[in-house]
Design a protein around this ligand. Structure first.
Ligand code: DGY
Length: 318
């Protein structure tokens, strides 16, 4: 029997590729580079299933050529890169990879928070120059983390995983978003309005999906509400913050600093942001552990097997 055709837009971890090669006919040999427009169009026109990534823009025009396509398995939990309605109109199932990247993203959020507030990246760079003169009481003083108020915007899976880790730092958690989250025993998470969370947090961490209502959710006005001693962390999607307004706030020191894993115009990072000392900047590493990326691949494959086998996709989003 002929194997189903699968188009994979980007190189995936070896165990996932091996599994694909055993079951599908791959349309092209994926690489680490984004596919050229022409290749993307050919892939969507020919394949029965596609695995794509968050940087591939899947719009109505591309989907209009996808005559044989049954499923788009997005290799990400976020799916703002895909026109869901256009896919649904053509009967194409869209799936994502929830749960398996929750811990990795929450861990990285904490890494970013600690690196920023305790100036870890700056310290590492200094030691490497060979000019560190030795310990002094006033050297590289950062901000206390333990006991400070953590604000979470978006209390979904990742927001809750970040909040759970705050217990170890004895940090009270306030959050904005849906009200009905279930506090783990012995921990108090307090719901507040978005403005209150923004204004009261010592560290504000964003965990909302990118939608029309969350684009520039953190704008000039919200940044002005933040304490001058507060830090902003974003491991969700770049456009949730108005990046120009953030740069102005950081330059004027109306907030203390920002830890960013995502950017408004990825992979371009605002030039003035790159020159600021009070930021830690990562290259979208939220889910970047080998185990997580392998699990994400297998979720894509489970969803594809279900749809091509005539069963409901476990992680359908449209
Ligand atoms: C996601 O899955 O949405 C992440 O941003 C990928 O790292």
């Amino acid at each position: 029997m002929e194997r189903p055709t699968l188009y994979v837009t980007r190189l995936l971890p070896r165990p996932v590729l091996d599994s694909i090669l055993g079951q599908y006919r791959m349309l092209t040999e994926p690489t680490d580079l984004p596919p050229k427009e022409e290749e993307l169009r050919h892939g969507f026109a020919e394949a029965q299933a596609v695995i794509c990534t968050l940087t591939d823009r899947i719009d109505a025009s591309l989907l209009s050529q996808a005559k044989r396509l049954k499923i788009i398995a997005n290799y990400a939990v976020g799916y703002n890169n895909i026109d869901l309605a256009a896919a649904a109109q053509r009967g194409i199932v869209v799936t994502n990879t929830p749960d398996v990247l929750t811990d990795a993203t929450a861990d990285l959020t904490w890494g970013l928070m600690l690196a920023l507030m305790r100036r870890i990246v700056e310290g590492d760079a200094w030691v490497r120059t060979g000019t560190w003169p030795g310990w002094t009481p006033t050297q590289m003083l950062g901000a206390d983390v333990s006991g400070k108020t953590l604000g979470i915007v978006g209390m979904g899976r990742i927001g809750q995983a970040v909040a759970q880790r705050a217990a170890g730092f004895r940090m009270p958690v306030i959050y904005a978003g849906r009200e009905s989250v279930c506090n783990p025993p012995g921990i108090s998470w307090v719901w507040r309005s978005l403005d209150e969370v923004v204004a009261e947090s010592d560290c504000l961490s964003l965990h909302v999906p990118l939608t029309e209502s969350t684009r520039h959710l953190i704008d000039r006005r919200k940044l002005a509400l933040m304490k001058p001693t507060a830090y902003l962390i974003n491991t969700s999607r770049g456009p949730v913050i108005d990046e120009s307004a953030l740069v102005s706030a950081l330059e004027a020191r109306t907030i203390a600093g920002a830890g960013l894993d995502v950017y408004e115009h990825e992979p371009t990072v605002h030039a003035r942001l790159r020159s600021l000392p009070n930021v830690v900047l990562l290259p979208h590493l939220g889910s970047a552990t080998l185990g997580t990326r392998v699990r994400m691949g297998f979720i894509c494959l489970d969803n594809i097997a279900a749809v091509l086998g005539g069963r409901p996709a476990p992680n359908r989003v449209n």
